[in-house]
Write a protein that binds this ligand. Structure first.
Ligand code: SF4
Length: 440
């Protein structure tokens, strides 16, 4: 059967979801075409000949973009069956259904996708059975050189992407992983991860991003992988996402992480206000974050924090407090500017909707935007959030530095208040980063 797998956006990575699905479907003898619309146009001919078109929806932006792509596919081939898979598929199953998607699969999607393609299941499915993972088949995906690259010390490296685990054992209230995995995570066998890495190195990768929601949900597994990888490819660097709580609990592993090639750790810090962190049930405090910064620094690991700076509880002074904290901790160069301009996203199924104070500010679900709209009690904070996002977007287009953008955000929010004492425009350190600046 001809199956077209479509990715619309995957944070600048070669889409893992397509590669993994392709491996399962090709093993069953299906004729699979992979289309990554982030780098190529929709393959019209393949779509016209497809019996099934399946969209990978790992995140909010990808899902919004997919709705447009679905409309194009329906024009080209009204008879094709439409399937959606990935984290955001079951969360938005009803809306996708209105657009002609008959099956929405979340969680451990591969086996269920195969069943759906072959017509044995349909509807909204969250699959959490343990899978016998296959090595992702990346053969028909665009070359790694078409994707986001790692920049380190004036050098740019081709970057690959894999996942050593999926889901998460935590239940943070604002997180889209939680409504699907509900506190469960699944490890991918070392042999499968290593073969995926081996093939990407053969295709030119000199850096690997581990896209696990949290690399230290299973620290022994994570360390086995990076030690094996480093033995086989001593020059290969990597990055991973690890929550503050795990950085503290597994502090003894941080030097080994660095020793095995870790260049930076992304950590979803979200806020420096303990009351907001408590509402998110993040499992860390401001003091924990500060400690994690020092632990990473003493292990020579770069920490790249991410934030949700605009929430229903953020006042102007709280926003300035976040900027001040970043200056004090010398993290301005480590923080992607968009992280200082994001407004809390309330997707369908968000656990934050359990809170009465969130319900009180929500104005309704906006189906095309795939989120619950909310309004800050102080309208000036919504204006500030909008202005901050426009400012970051404009300055990034002009290639402003992170420090220039930080200064502009400070001036936007603080009006005449002087910049933090230790702020200056000259970067202190060359911070490694991937050149995909957006995040959601
Ligand atoms: S630790 Fe990260 S991935 Fe896990 S629930 Fe919290 S925010 Fe989500």
């Amino acid at each position: 059967m001809r199956v077209v797998l479509v990715s619309t956006y995957d944070l600048g990575h070669q889409p893992f979801g397509l590669a993994s699905a392709a491996a399962w479907l090709r093993e069953r003898g299906h004729d699979v075409i992979c289309a990554d619309l982030a780098v190529n146009p929709l393959p019209s001919l393949a779509v016209r000949e497809a019996a099934v078109v399946a969209f990978h929806l790992p995140m909010h932006t990808a899902t919004r973009l997919a709705v447009d792509a679905i409309a194009k596919v329906k024009l080209l081939n009204p008879a094709a069956r439409l399937i959606a898979f990935g984290l955001y598929a079951p969360l938005n199953a009803a809306y996708l259904g209105e657009h002609g998607v008959d099956t929405a699969i979340g969680g451990e999607f591969e086996a269920a996708l195969m069943e759906a393609v072959e017509g044995r299941v349909s509807g909204r499915l969250v699959a959490l059975d343990r899978l016998d993972f296959r090595v992702p088949d990346r053969d028909s995906l665009p070359a790694l050189t078409r994707y986001s690259r790692l920049h380190v010390a004036g050098e740019s490296r081709v970057a690959g992407y894999t996942e050593a685990s999926r889901g998460c054992k935590h239940l943070c209230r604002h997180c889209p992983v939680v409504p699907v995995y509900e506190g469960r995570f699944r490890v991918v066998p070392v042999a499968v991860v290593m073969e995926d890495i081996r093939r990407q190195v053969a295709a030119g990768a000199r850096h690997i991003t581990f896209g696990d929601p949290d690399f230290f949900n299973g620290p022994a597994h994570a360390m086995r992988i990076v030690e094996t990888m480093h033995r086989e490819f001593p020059a290969l660097s990597f990055d991973a996402t690890i929550k503050v709580e795990h950085l503290l609990a597994q502090r003894r592993l941080l030097p080994a992480l660095r020793g095995n090639g870790c260049l930076f750790v992304t950590s979803a810090v979200e806020a420096v206000d303990d009351a907001i962190l408590a509402r998110f049930e993040k499992g860390h405090t401001r003091a924990d974050f500060v400690e994690a910064v020092h632990l990473c620094r003493s292990a020579s690991l770069t920490l790249a924090p991410t934030f949700v700076p605009f929430t229903p509880w953020t006042a102007r002074e709280g926003y300035l407090d976040l900027l001040r904290a970043l200056a004090e901790l010398d993290l301005i160069d480590h923080t992607a500017p968009v992280q200082l301009a994001l407004r809390l996203l309330l997707p369908a199924g968000s656990r934050l909707l359990e809170l009465e104070e969130v319900k009180a500010v929500v104005t309704g679900f906006d189906p095309p935007a795939l989120l619950h709209r909310w309004r800050h009690a102080a309208p000036e904070m919504d204006r500030l959030a909008g202005a901050a996002l426009r400012l970051v977007s404009d300055l990034q287009k002009k290639h402003a530095t992170r420090r220039q953008i930080f200064e502009a955000l400070w001036r936007l929010a603080a009006e005449d208040a002087p910049l933090p004492e230790n702020f200056d425009l000259v970067p202190r350190a060359a911070v490694p980063y991937l050149d995909e600046p957006w995040y959601c």
